[in-house]
Write a new protein. Sequence first.
Length: 253
Amino acid sequence: MLSVEAAARTDIGLVRHDNQDSYGIDAELSLYVVGDGMGGAAGGSVASDLAVRTFLAIARQEIEASYNQGNSESAEVSRESLRRAVAAANRAVIERARWDTIYRGMGSTLVGARLTGERLTLINVGDSRAYLVREGLAVQLTEDHSFVAERVRLGIMSVVEAGNSAMRSVITRAIGVEVDVQPDLYEASLLPGDAVLLVSDGLTRHLTPIEIGEVVGSCTNAEQACVRLIACANERGGSDNITCIVVRIRAID
């Protein structure tokens, strides 16, 4: 048996005048989500908050409906619940911008996770990321939907060039931009001692996977890991809002 300990923090950083990141946790269902808004100060905050709240509400609704229909817990239940939750979040942001024109053009990234026993199911749109930290090593589990990441995958740009590019903030998929959102789904198996990390790009702009692994691996609990990760990002310049959720997996004797 595995137990879960989770913590979350968000920080405005040292440069921005407002925080457009949002996060949410449903501890009962082991659901976690981070969103990074775009579209101006008010629009970005509204988009990420609406996307996160809708995602959690619909994911819970879908999971509970599946239980009520007598379905047992399965990877397919998690995948379909997260997929429908993302679609609902996308519709919610589009509809809000449609009737409230001051928010026209707003959107949000989204990375969500669900844990069921030793199984992790992830979904993402945009460049907020999920990492698995195991024995002090962090591995990125999601792929960024961004201009530079796509060029790296095509071999046109190196990772170093991507990190220094003026185009690194240009994302190619987002919640609330297109009617048909196209999220990516991922799965991984977890072991006692692992940690799952969901983050906005305000953290990953300043910390490498090696550094992320070292910080999380050196912390005794999830709350301490969140505090140290944000402190490290701010020490490097804090050029954007910084949000992280850390979920630590422990064995139950």
